[in-house]
Design a protein around this ligand. Sequence first.
Ligand code: HEC
Length: 110
Amino acid sequence: MTRFVDLSLYSLALLGFLTAPVWAADPENGRKLARKCTVCHGKLGIAKDPEVPNLAGQSAFYMEKSLKAYRSGTREDRRMTLMAKPLSDDEIKDISAWFESIVVTVAEPE
Ligand code: HEC
């Protein structure tokens, strides 16, 4: 019985070890990586230039999809292609998790 319990604990630990690092995005790392994005997209993802979209609170799913599209060239923008090209899949995941985590509040116009 003890042996069985030991084994199941071991399997659980192993499962945690195998799954966590592969799937979990790291928004804190994303925050650091996103420093180079702030020039255009603003410190917390609210852009001043009307040509630049806001990223604050954007869904990580959509961010990842867009960044990969710029990286592969299926979506084209001179500036964004340049920014997305050097990013790895993990970096894209982290940056996207960071922008998604920024809290945005909205108000209905008066
Ligand atoms: C030189 C200015 C500049 C920098 C730096 C920059 N961007 Fe952009 N970004 C833009 C512009 C302009 C667009 C709109 C491009 C278009 O029309 O497709 C854009 C679009 C995007 C979009 C698509 C948003 C949407 O709503 O479809 C994402 C995601 C994005 N940027 C992420 C980033 C990230 C992450 C970084 C940093 C690694 C970054 N950008 C750095 C200018 C910039």
